[in-house]
Design a protein around this ligand. Structure first.
Ligand code: FAD
Length: 116
């Protein structure tokens, strides 16, 4: 029988969404234009309203309200995203991620070339 593909649960939705969010930051310009900055901030705010896990969405909106998205450069956005993700990690009792390793995880892969 072919494998059945099921609608995503909160975990799968979360993993896929963080992959998208960190990948957007990973490909964001080092020197964004004013309109690129306002686009990404608008995107994150709209994402937080439309995220299809209502508890998650509400908490993410609360996080954005106290810590506005920073979009002045790729590393600024990556760092903001890493901290936002860590806020959820803490809430869920998961280990926090060392944000100095953000680029290695989401942009370059490890130096030993295992992701090349
Ligand atoms: P994930 O947390 O999905 O992480 C995926 C990978 O990202 C990890 O394997 C690691 O390599 C890397 N990573 C981990 N932390 C960081 C970081 N700080 N910065 C960069 N990379 C990192 N679930 C709930 O049950 N309740 C909620 O309220 C909730 N809110 C959410 C809000 C948002 C905006 C999103 C996108 C997801 C939310 N989730 C929530 C889902 C939750 O965060 C996880 O995605 C889900 O529990 C699956 O966890 P995971 O252990 O597979 O790894």
């Amino acid at each position: 029988r072919p494998k059945v593909e099921c609608p995503p649960d909160v975990e799968t939705l979360g993993r896929c969404s963080w992959t998208l969010l960190h990948s957007i930051a990973a490909t964001y310009p080092e020197k964004p234009t004013t309109s690129q900055q306002s686009d990404v901030v608008s995107f994150v705010k709209l994402f937080s309203k439309l995220y299809p896990c209502w508890v998650c969405a509400e908490d993410f909106q609360g996080y954005i309200a106290k810590s506005a998205p920073k979009a002045g450069s790729r590393s600024e956005l990556g760092d903001w995203m890493c901290k936002a993700h860590n806020d959820v990690n803490v809430k869920l009792g998961k280990p926090t991620f060392d944000c100095s390793k953000w680029e290695e995880r989401w942009v370059t892969g490890p130096k030993d070339g295992s992701c090349d």
